[in-house]
Design a protein around this ligand. Structure first.
Ligand code: F6P
Length: 534
C-alpha cells in the first residue's frame, strides 16, 4: 500500500511542523526523562535515539505507520519463503543461513536446511584443514595467505567483518581481499604473496561478474606461471551458486562451496561467502557470528514495535528522510575495527532501497533511501565534521560506540568514548551567539556559533566480538527490510547497476580499437579517442 495517502502520514506532517520550532536543546532542558523515554536496550545493545527530533506523539505516529504497512505480515512472507523478490522471481531467505535446530525452512515446498547444514559442515572441515595445516599447497607448504577475489556482496561483507574481528584473528594466516578491476589492486596484493603458500577464494554468486572473472584469470595465470597447471587444485577454491561456471573456469567442483539464489549478494555474508571470514577468525567464532544474527532475527520477529531495534532505526530514517527532508545519513563508528562498516552499509542500504519505483510498478511518492556515508571516529572529526556542525545542512548522524575496547592500550579508549559522546552532545546543543560572545571577542563570536539541533542516534555495543557483530549486521539487514516494507519497495533486486555494465561491454571493443566511435556522443567519443593508442 502507498503509505503517503494514509491519514497517519498527513498527521505526521502536521506534527513535524508543530515540533519544528522547539529545538532538541529545549526538549532536553524541559524533560529529564528524555533519554529513558527514547532509548531501547536489548541483549547487551543500547540504542539511544533521544537526540533525534522526535516526540512521544511522533513516535506513536511512526508506530502507526508500521501497523498501517502491515510489516509483521511482510515479515511472515519472508519467513515462509514466498517469492518476495518478485522482479527476479526469488525467495529471500538469508535468515535460513543462521537458523539453528531442525525446523524446516522451505522454498517451493522444499526444506533448504539440509543443504545449508551441509555447506556449513564443509566450511568447518575446510577451515580445520587449513588451520591444522593438513591442506597444503602444491609444493607442500602450509597456506599462510588467503586472497578472496570478489566484488560487491562477495567482498564487502567478509572484508568488513574480518577487519572488525581482527582481535580474533587466527595466528599465522593473513586474509586479503581483491575486488577492483583496476589491475593495481591484484598486482599490489600479489606482491605480498608467495604462490606456494597462497590460496585463492573466487567468490561470485553468478560467477560471471567481469571484475571477478578478470582478477581470477590473472591470479590463475600468476599461480600457473610459478607452480604449473597442476597446482590449481590446491590453490583455488570457489564460492558460488553457479557450479557449472566454476567447473568451466577450471576449479574442481569438490573445491566449491555452494549457496543459493534465495541469498541476495548483499545479504550473503552468512553463507559460504563468509568462508574468508571463517578462515580468518576460525569456525567456532563464525558460529558465534551466526548466533548473533539469529538472536537479532528472534528479536525482530517477536519484539513489539516500540522495543524493536531494527524497526526503530527504520522508522527514524523514514522520519528524517520523508518528514524532515534529510538527504543523507552519516554513519560514524567510533571503532577503528568498524572502519569498513560505512562502505558495507552503503551497498546494503543503497543497493536495496535506492529505488523510485514501488512493488506495484508505480513511482513512489516519497523520498526513499538517503545517501549513506561516513568514516570511523575520530578520523572523520578532522575531515568533514566541520560541515556537519556549521555547514547549515540537515545531516542525521548515527554514532556507534563500543563500551569495552577490542585492543587494550592504556589511555586510548576513554578518550575515544569522550569524543564520541561529545560530538553528539555538540550536534544537539549547538552554541548560541551569547555563549560564543562569553568566551571570545565580539568580532570572532559569529564564527563560533553552532546551530545545533542536528539529530543523531547512538548505538552502544558492549564489546566487539563475533556475536555482537552478528547482531549488528542482522540489525541493519532487518532495518533495510522494514524500510522496503514501509516504502513498498522490492529491496532485493538491483536493476540500477545493470545499465552501466551493458554500456561498458559496448565500449570495450571501441577502446580496444576493434570498432569505430561512430554513433557515440561527442564526450564519450572524445574520452575514448584520448585513450586509444593509434
Ligand atoms: O553490484 C551488483 C551486484 O550484482 C551485487 O548485488 C553483487 O553483490 C555484486 O554485483 C557481485 O556479484 P557476484 O557475486 O555475482 O559476482
Amino acid at each position: 500500500m502507498n503509505l503517503t495517502s494514509h491519514p497517519t502520514w498527513a498527521a505526521l506532517r502536521q506534527l513535524a511542523q508543530a515540533a519544528a520550532p522547539t529545538t532538541l536543546r529545549e526538549q532536553f532542558a524541559a524533560d529529564a526523562g528524555r533519554f529513558d523515554r527514547f532509548s531501547v536496550r536489548h541483549d547487551g545493545l543500547l540504542l539511544d535515539y533521544s537526540k533525534q527530533r522526535v516526540t512521544t506523539e511522533i513516535m506513536a505516529g511512526l508506530h502507526a505507520l508500521w501497523a498501517a504497512a502491515d510489516v509483521p505480515t511482510q515479515i511472515e512472507r519472508m519467513r515462509a519463503g514466498d517469492t518476495i523478490n518478485q522482479t527476479e522471481g526469488r525467495a529471500v531467505l538469508h535468515i535460513a543461513l543462521r537458523h539453528a535446530g531442525f525446523d524446516p525452512i522451505k522454498v517451493g515446498g522444499v526444506d533448504v536446511m539440509p543443504d545449508v547444514r551441509g555447506v556449513l559442515e564443509k566450511m568447518q572441515w575446510f577451515c580445520d584443514e587449513i588451520h591444522q595445516q593438513r591442506w597444503r599447497g602444491a609444493t607442500g607448504e602450509p597456506i599462510r595467505r588467503i586472497v578472496n577475489i570478489g566484488i560487491g556482496g562477495s567482498d564487502l561483507g567478509p572484508k568488513m567483518a574480518a577487519q572488525a574481528l581482527a582481535a580474533h584473528q587466527v595466528p599465522g594466516l593473513r586474509v586479503l581481499f581483491v575486488s577492483n578491476l583496476d589491475g593495481a589492486h591484484l598486482a599490489t596484493t600479489l606482491a605480498e604473496c608467495n604462490p606456494a603458500e597462497t590460496l585463492f577464494v573466487i567468490a561470485s554468486k553468478t560467477f560471471t561478474t567481469q571484475e571477478t572473472m578478470q582478477n581470477a584469470a590473472s591470479a590463475r595465470a600468476w599461480l600457473v606461471a610459478a607452480l604449473g597447471e597442476a597446482a590449481v587444485a590446491r590453490h583455488f577454491v570457489a564460492v558460488s551458486t553457479n557450479l557449472d561456471a566454476v567447473a568451466k573456469f577450471g576449479i574442481d567442483p569438490a573445491n566449491a562451496f555452494e549457496f543459493w539464489d534465495w541469498v541476495g549478494g548483499r545479504f550473503s555474508l552468512w553463507s559460504a561467502i563468509g568462508l574468508p571470514l571463517a578462515l580468518a577468525i576460525g569456525f567456532d567464532n563464525f558460529k558465534r557470528f551466526l548466533a548473533g544474527g539469529r538472536a537479532m532475527d528472534a528479536h525482530f520477529f517477536k519484539a513489539p514495535v516500540e522495543q524493536n531495534l531494527p524497526a526503530t532505526l527504520a522508522l527514524l530514517e523514514l522520519w528524517n528522510a520523508d518528514f524532515l527532508g534529510a538527504e543523507t545519513r552519516a554513519l560514524l563508528p567510533y571503532s577503528q575495527s568498524l572502519e569498513l562498516l560505512p562502505r558495507y552499509l552503503q551497498q546494503l542500504e543503497m543497493e536495496s532501497n535506492g529505488k523510485r519505483v514501488g512493488r506495484d510498478g508505480l513511482a513512489v511518492t516519497c523520498a526513499t533511501a538517503p545517501v549513506v556515508w561516513g568514516e570511523a571516529g575520530t578520523n572523520g572529526q578532522h575531515a568533514f565534521y566541520q560541515l556537519i556542525h556549521q555547514g547549515g545542512r540537515l545531516i542525521p548522524c548515527e554514532f556507534i560506540g563500543v563500551i569495552e575496547p577490542d585492543f587494550t592500550l592504556p589511555g586510548h579508549h576513554e578518550k575515544l568514548l569522550a569524543h564520541c559522546f561529545a560530538q553528539s552532545e555538540a550536534l544537539m546543543r549547538g552554541k548560541t551567539l551569547a555563549e560564543a560572545q562569553a568566551e571570545t571577542t565580539a568580532e570572532l563570536a559569529p564564527y563560533k556559533v553552532f546551530p545545533g539541533n542536528q539529530p543523531s542516534t547512538t548505538l552502544l555495543l558492549p564489546h566487539l566480538d563475533p556475536y555482537t557483530l552478528g547482531q549488528l549486521i542482522a540489525l541493519y539487514e532487518h532495518k533495510v527490510f522494514t524500510l522496503g516494507a514501509l516504502w513498498n519497495l522490492n529491496s532485493f533486486d538491483q536493476w540500477g547497476v545493470e545499465y552501466g555494465k551493458q554500456l561498458a561491454s559496448r565500449l570495450l571493443p571501441i577502446i580496444e580499437g576493434k570498432s569505430a566511435t561512430t554513433g557515440l556522443d561527442s564526450s564519450t567519443a572524445g574520452l575514448i579517442a584520448a585513450c586509444r593508442k593509434e
